[in-house]
Design a protein around this ligand. Sequence first.
Ligand code: GLU
Length: 466
Amino acid sequence: MTVVTRFPPSPTGFMHVGNARTAIFNWLYARATGGKFVVRIEDTDRKRHSEEAVAAIMDGLEWLGLDYDGEVISQFSRLDRHTEVAMEMIEKGQAYYCYCTPEELEEMREKAKAEGAKTFYDRRWRDADPSTVPEDVKPVVRIKAPLEGSITIEDKVQGSVTVANDQIDDFIILRSDGTPTYMLSVVVDDHDMGVTHVLRGDDHLNNTFRQKVIFDAMGWDVPVFGHLPLIHGPDGGKFSKRHGAQSVQEYREMGYLPEALFNYLLRLGWSHGDEEIIPRDKALQWFNLDHIGKAAARFDFAKLENLNAHYIKDMEADKLIELATPFFKDRHDITLDALAVERIKQGVDELKSRSKTLLQFADEAAFYAKSLPFAYDEKAQNQIDGSKDALAALLTKFEAQDVLTADSVQGICKDVAGELADGKLGKVAMPLRAALTGTTVSPSVFHAAEILGKDETCARIQAALS
Ligand code: GLU
C-alpha cells in the first residue's frame, strides 16, 4: 500500500505554526515511507475566502520546503461530487431527507435538554412515510448513524478511543440549500484523493467518529488516524498572540531559517531519543508515528532561537548571505555588492557566532557594506567627538603600515592607548569602532579593520574626523 497523507488547510489569512507542524508531520510520513503528500484547500466558506490567504499557505509550504504531489485541490470545486455522494447514500438507504422546521428542531432541543440527553434529533424522518412529506419545506439530508454499539478509532497517537453510538445523532450531510457540510466534504475528498493516513490536531478527534460513520456507510476504507495534541503557549495556556508570533510568515520576517522552524516544530510533539538537532535528512530517516507525544507541547521561544543560531552557524556563507540579503535591504537600505559580500565572507565566522537570526546577522554585518559618507548613531557620534586625538593618532600610524592585520591594529591601538589614554584600550578601540561601523556594537574591531583593509579603514577614520 502506498501511503498518502494530506494537508487540508482552511485559508484563514496566514499559516499558523500549528498548521505548519501538522503539514511537517504529514509531509515527513509520506516522504519517509515513499508515499504521497497531497494538498487540499478547504475553501468552501466563500464569504471569507481570499486568494491571498491561499497564497500565504502555499508560500509557507514552499518556504518550509514541503513539496507536494499532484495538483492542489480546491474543496469548493468538488461540491458537485460531494452532493453526488449524498444522493448515493440516499439511494442506498444510508441517508434520508429530513423536513423538520426550525421550530420543531427547537422543541426537540428543549426536550432533550430537559431529559439530559446527549443528542437531540429524534430521527423522526429516518423511517417516515414518504406520503407525509410537506411541500413547502426544503429538506436537509441526514445520515443514518448506527443506533447501537459503539465506534472505536485505533488512533496512532491517542491509542484506542471509543464512543458509544447513542452519542452520535443522525447528523446533517447536505444542508437545505443543497450545500454539503464540512463533515461530508472532508470524507469524500479524503477518499477520492486516496488518503491512507490522517495526522491532524486533536481538536478534530470528535469529528473523526462522525467521519467514520460516513466512511462506513459508503463502504470505504477508513484511513489511519493520528491526532496530535495542540501547541500551547509557554505558560501552558492556549497558544495565542499575547505569547508571541503565531504565523510562519512572522518567523520568516524575524529572520528565522526554515531549517530551524522545521526542526523546532518537528521536535515539538515528536522525539527521537534525546536528539534536539534533527535536520531534514535525519528527520526523513527517523520519523515514524510511534514517538508522537500525547501531551500538549509548550512553545519555547528560546529553544527555537537556539536552534536558529545553530542552523545559522551550520550554513554555508554564500547561502547565508543570500538569505540575509532582504534584511540588509529592509533594515539598512543596503544592496550588497561584490565587495561587501567578500568582506562579509571574511568575517562570517564571527558574524555567525553573534547572530541568532538573519535579522541580527544583517545588523551585525551592515557596516561592511556601508560606503562613505555614512551616518553615526548617537552613541557612536559621542565616542568620535570625545576621542578625536586618539583617532588622529591611529590614522597616522595606520597610514604608515603596508597592510593592516587584526594583530597589528590591536598593537597600534595599545600603543595609542599607552600614549593618550592611560593604557585603557577601550578608550581607543571604542572610537575606532564608532568610526568604522557608525555604531558602538560590532564584531572585533581589530578584525574588522583587517577585513576593511588599510585604505577603507583610513578613509573611514578621516571621514569621522572631518
Ligand atoms: N481544514 C481543517 C483545518 O484547517 C483541517 C481538517 C482536517 O485535517 O481534517 O483545521
